[in-house]
Design a protein around this ligand. Structure first.
Ligand code: HQG
Length: 183
């Protein structure tokens, strides 16, 4: 399978499994699961040929492990990053490391310094364990800024942290007092 085909399919799966399932007439349950057959049928209506083999290869080869298949292979979901209102992942609260990182762009900093980090269209604020990942995330939006988040201090104050299946840390918001701007 070409890398381009895998990347294109990964982008399509992110779009329908996180954001717009209705674009192809797909139903997600509250845990984000869709039937693999229904996904293939919906994609076909959109003129896109998917096969169970292609889907399995995208899931297995995905750099960020964005998707998961159910044990029986019949269902698929995105493990984080959702904006779709029908999805509400039941995530177990976890103890975060002392420090987590968030990569963003300089143009958002006035608003972040005023309002803290807020989820935007997605369900959570996304945080990384390492600065390299945070840097890559921030670069998507412009000149990058890395923010250091005092995650354990936040948790001690009652803020909840969750970890998605792929290791991405999630929280509802980060108030200004827990954010240090690094660069
Ligand atoms: C910013 C990718 C103004 C926030 C990544 C970010 C991640 C504010 C943007 C995942 C703000 C939202 C999520 C405030 C936050 N004022 N801007 N008060 N608070 N922002 O894409 O974290 O490759 O929804 O800094 O790797 O960039 O798709 O979130 O720049 O894990 O799997 O608002 O998406 O994963 O942008 O990225 P996003 P994100 P995938």
């Amino acid at each position: 399978m070409s890398k381009k085909r895998l990347d294109d399919t990964s982008k399509f799966l992110s779009y329908v499994l996180r954001h717009e399932p209705q674009a192809i007439g797909l139903q997600l349950d509250s845990e984000g699961w869709a039937g693999v057959d229904a996904l293939i049928e919906g994609a076909a209506r959109d003129g896109r040929q998917l096969t169970p083999e292609l889907i399995a290869e995208v899931v297995a080869s995905n750099d960020k492990k964005r998707f998961a298949l159910s044990e029986d292979g019949q269902r698929i979901r995105a493990v984080q990053g959702h904006s779709s209102k029908t999805v509400s992942l039941q995530l177990a609260e976890q103890q975060p490391p002392a420090v987590l990182y968030h990569g963003t762009a300089t143009r958002f900093m006035d608003s972040i310094n005023e309002n803290g980090l807020i989820p935007g269209a997605r369900h959570h604020v996304h945080l990384s364990q390492d600065m390299t990942t945070a840097e890559a995330v921030g670069q998507r939006y412009g000149k990058v800024v890395i923010l250091k988040i005092a995650a354990q201090d936040m948790q001690a104050q009652g803020f909840k942290f969750y970890q998605a299946e792929n290791g991405v840390w999630l929280t509802d918001q980060v108030p200004v007092g827990f954010i240090e701007t690094l660069l």
